[in-house]
Each structure stands twice: as structure tokens, then as C-alpha cells.
Ligand binder design. Structure first.
Ligand SMILES: C[S@@+](CC[C@H](N)C(=O)[O-])C[C@H]1O[C@@H](n2cnc3c(N)ncnc32)[C@H](O)[C@@H]1O
Ligand SMILES: Nc1nc2[nH]cc(C(=O)O)c2c(=O)[nH]1
Ligand code: SF4
Ligand SMILES: [Mg+2]
Length: 206
């Protein structure tokens, strides 16, 4: 008698939604977001603290997630969280590629890299430092600016990413009124950086 390994990979999913990418290089493009549960970083200003406990979110089968994504015409899938790299993302990115998606990820880089990515957004955190392997692979570095000391901190990571990596400074949402003018001045003085605004919060889309 032969046996076939039944191999069902599931992931905890807080929410999934089709929207406009609001941040960074791909800002303005239609994208399907999959927000995975679970994060062990604990940023004090995190805008999705409800995502942190993976057990609070249902385990979903990858074929179902990809089918729901493919019901929309956009072919960028953004995997976010929570911290997506707390999970092995090899099966998910493989299934998304098979369905014709480009695979994008939003990560703090604090857990080992898994999955096959067309775009990695690295947003390092003071609360749990990114791994060097993720710094090396990042396509964009997106630093959340909470106070003026964060510019010097941003330069430390700019020196760790690859030469082609795009550099973004994004105001922390509750501090945007104070930090945005400082970011504008910093970008004018250091034009290798660009400003990233959370445009979805201004245009009221998810
Ligand atoms: C919620 S995180 C999830 C992905 C991953 N854990 C990370 O931090 O990159 C998605 C993006 O939102 C950013 N972010 C989270 N809270 C924010 C806030 N209050 N203001 C501005 N950006 C924020 C993060 O830095 C990250 O770039
Ligand atoms: N529209 C929109 N763009 C985003 N870019 C990164 C987001 C995230 O939470 O990872 C996000 C999000 O939550 N919504
Ligand atoms: S790493 Fe990302 S999801 Fe985790 S607490 Fe920080 S901003 Fe929130
Ligand atoms: Mg968000």
C-alpha cells in the first residue's frame, strides 16, 4: 500500500483586503493585502496591535487565500501582519506566483527570511533588530520617524542595505504633524532619501 503525504499548510490570517498600496515605492498601485497574525516585536506605536496574538486569528488554507486574492484584477499581493516572517512563507509565495501574482512583503526583518519575493519592504525596529540576511535582500528601507533622533538611526540601516535599496522616511502616524516638516527638511538636505506618507489614511481606504 502506498501512502501519500497530506500536506496542508495553514496560516493565521487577521484580515485580507483589496486596496491601494499606501506606502513606499509602490504607493498608488492596486494590491491585495493579506495580514497574518502574530508579532513578537512589540512597537509601542504599532497601528495594528490586534494582529500580535496569532491565536486570535483563524488558520486559513493557502489555496483559499490565493483564490480570494485572484477574484480581484490586481496582481500584486502584499503579505503583511503582524510580523509575516514569524511564519514559513515558502508555500504561500509559491502558490501566489503560480496564480500570476507578484509577491511583496512588509517586514521588520526580525525573523529568518522565508519565501520567494519580488519586493521586500524592510522597516527595522528598535524593539527587535533586523537580521542581516533581510537587510541584504531588501528592495526598500522604510524608517518610521517618531522623533528627531530617528534620522541618525535611519542612516545606520541605510549603511547596511544593498546599493540598489530605495530609502524612505515615514512619519509615525500620531506624530505626523511634528515629524513631517522635519522629514521634508531632511530629504531636501539628503536627497538619497524620499518621504513616504501613509496615503491610505488620508484617502480613507483600508
Ligand atoms: C503594521 S507593520 C506590519 C509588517 C511588519 N511587522 C513591519 O513592522 O514592517 C506595516 C508597516 O506599517 C508601519 N507602521 C506601523 N505602525 C505605524 C505607525 N503608527 N505610523 C507609521 N507607520 C507605521 C510599519 O513600520 C511597517 O512598515
Ligand atoms: N493601503 C494600505 N497600504 C499599506 N502599506 C503597508 C500596510 C501595512 O499595514 O503593512 C498598508 C495598509 O494597511 N494599507
Ligand atoms: S513589527 Fe510591525 S506588526 Fe509588529 S509591532 Fe512593530 S509595526 Fe506592529
Ligand atoms: Mg498598515
Amino acid at each position: 500500500m502506498s501512502t501519500t503525504a497530506v500536506h496542508t499548510v495553514t496560516l493565521p490570517v487577521m484580515e485580507s483586503f483589496y486596496t491601494i498600496q499606501g506606502e513606499g515605492f509602490h504607493q498608488g498601485k492596486a494590491a491585495y493585502f493579506i495580514r497574518l497574525g502574530g508579532c513578537d516585536v512589540g512597537c509601542v506605536w504599532c497601528d495594528v496591535k490586534e494582529s500580535w496574538d496569532a491565536d486570535k486569528h483563524p488558520q486559513r488554507a493557502i489555496p483559499d487565500l490565493v483564490r480570494e486574492a485572484a477574484a480581484h484584477p490586481g496582481r500584486i499581493a502584499v503579505i503583511t501582519g503582524g510580523e509575516p516572517l514569524m511564519h514559513n512563507l515558502h508555500e504561500l509565495t509559491g502558490a501566489l506566483h503560480t496564480a500570476g501574482f507578484r509577491t511583496h512583503m512588509e517586514t521588520s526583518g526580525s525573523s529568518p527570511l522565508s519565501g520567494d519575493w519580488d519586493w521586500i519592504t524592510l522597516s527595522p525596529k528598535k524593539f527587535k533588530a533586523p537580521l542581516n540576511e533581510v537587510c541584504q535582500q531588501a528592495h526598500e528601507l522604510k524608517i518610521v520617524v517618531y522623533n528627531k533622533s530617528d534620522f541618525a538611526w535611519a542612516e545606520k540601516y541605510a549603511a547596511m542595505v544593498g546599493k540598489q535599496c530605495r530609502l524612505y522616511l515615514q512619519p509615525e502616524w500620531s506624530r505626523a504633524a511634528e515629524m513631517t516638516p522635519l522629514i521634508i527638511d531632511y530629504v531636501k538636505d539628503h536627497p538619497q532619501w524620499q518621504i513616504s506618507l501613509q496615503v491610505h489614511k488620508y484617502i480613507n481606504v483600508p
